[in-house]
Design a protein around this ligand. Structure first.
Ligand code: GLY
Length: 413
């Protein structure tokens, strides 16, 4: 299946379960002072969960553009260094607003993954909340019971509050969750260490793909939990990770969501992409030039998505707030292509037309504004490349004696 077919299949599956498909909310969250960017599919439905607004329908599904680069969920520093983290990613989700609950949510997750996408059952694991006596939330035996109808007990793992109690931010709707993980290791490795020992242990081949949250509480500003009048379902499946698993890859950058972008960067830089990753958390300056250029290509392929879609959703790069976050992501991409791909001219903006075409059916807002978006990015790149080059010239002019820069130079006014 292509990525496009995988996305369509998800939406069609939930249409067949009487869900209404809605468009992604903008990636910039202008209406909620507690959240700068949309970080989960459920953000746009916050008021439905809290009961302060009533939805037209009680079952919804969509694919949501999300950005996790600030606040409670921040993945920025991982991006490029590993094969599964992104700034912008798509979250496939289905929601029940006071309608179906754990039984249906779990049964449909299983049906979609194993019968429609045909993911191998013996490689799937589910985690369930072990409970928190301090918060007065019991262990989720109900979810465990439903999972035990389809999974052997050693594939159902208890998880703590960090992994199995999902919260949107410091305040807001929240509740226990059950995550679905997949073990993508070769059989030889699986025979040595069973997958259940590696779930939620940062193994790059044993990864979470779907989170089913059972929203039951509102976290209040004083930290206490208030029970909500209704019980809801809020699920989030990482589209890029799902695609990786279905396409039999190990890294999202090897799926057709990213390969066209990486090929474009290869051609523009004249450098081959080798798909290498650093094997330790060392600084990038200590890595070989081929790992550096691989990281840089992934950074560029990732960051252009975050920057383009955020601008298309109305947030210009700027000096404060959300605008500054976007400017920083854009500048991070420029630093990487300038330093590790030997590209010295504005380049990111050239990827916009390809990106707009790739997403024309699902997020047409980029295609509709592709020229303006590319122009804005090009202007930012030009300005930052000037700053970068001036800075580097000044560095080159500074005298370094025995590895030391004089205080007068380092702190020049
Ligand atoms: N709201 C579910 C998730 O983001 O994992």
């Amino acid at each position: 299946m292509t990525a496009q077919q995988i996305r369509r299949t998800f939406l069609d599956f939930f249409i067949s379960k009487q869900h209404k498909i809605v468009p992604s909310a903008p990636i910039v969250n202008k209406d909620d002072p507690t959240l700068m960017f949309t970080n989960a599919g459920m953000n746009q439905f916050k008021d439905y969960f809290l009961g302060t607004q009533t939805p037209d329908v009680r079952r919804i599904a969509d694919t949501q553009k999300c950005l996790r680069v600030s606040g409670k969920h921040n993945d920025l520093e991982e991006v490029g260094r590993d094969g599964t983290h992104h700034t912008m990613f798509e979250m496939l989700g289905n929601w029940s607003f006071g309608d179906y609950f754990k039984k249906e949510a779990i049964a449909w997750s299983w049906e979609l993954l194993t019968e429609v996408y045909k993911l191998p059952k013996d490689r799937l694991y589910a985690t369930v909340f072990e409970g928190s006596p301090a918060e007065g939330v019991p262990a989720d035996d109900e979810a465990k019971g439903y999972w035990s109808e389809v999974l052997p007990l050693n594939h159902i793992i208890n998880g703590n509050k960090k992994d199995n109690f999902w919260e949107m931010g410091d305040t807001g709707p929240c509740g226990p969750c059950t995550e679905i993980h997949i073990d993508l290791r070769p059989d030889s490795e699986r025979a040595l260490i069973p997958g259940e020992q590696l779930v939620n242990k940062d193994n790059p081949r044993v990864i979470e793909i779907w989170n089913n949250v059972f929203i039951q509480f509102n976290r209040k500003a004083d930290g206490s939990l208030e029970e909500l009048p209704d019980k809801h379902v809020d699920t989030g499946m990482g589209f890029e990770r799902l695609t990786l698993a279905i396409q039999g890859k190990f890294n999202t950058y090897d799926t057709d969501i990213f390969t066209p972008l990486i090929e474009f960067v290869e051609q523009a830089s004249g450098i081959k992409y080798n798909g290498q990753y650093p094997d330790s958390p060392t600084s990038i300056v200590n890595l070989s030039s081929s790992v550096k250029s691989d990281i840089a290509m992934r950074v560029v392929a990732d960051h252009i998505r975050a920057v383009s879609f955020t601008i298309a959703d109305g947030q210009l790069p700027g000096n404060s707030g959300a605008g500054y976050v976007i400017r920083r992501i854009l500048r991070r991409a420029v630093r990487y292509y300038y330093s590790f791909l030997n590209i010295k001219e504005p380049f990111l903006h050239r990827l916009v037309p390809m990106l707009a075409d790739m997403f024309a059916d699902v997020f047409p807002e980029l295609k509709a504004q592709q020229e303006q978006v590319a122009k804005i990015i090009q202007g930012e790149e030009k300005a930052f490349l000037n700053t970068l080059e001036n800075g580097l010239r000044r560095f080159a002019a500074i005298k370094v004696k025995d590895g030391v820069i004089a205080g007068d130079d380092a702190f020049e006014f």
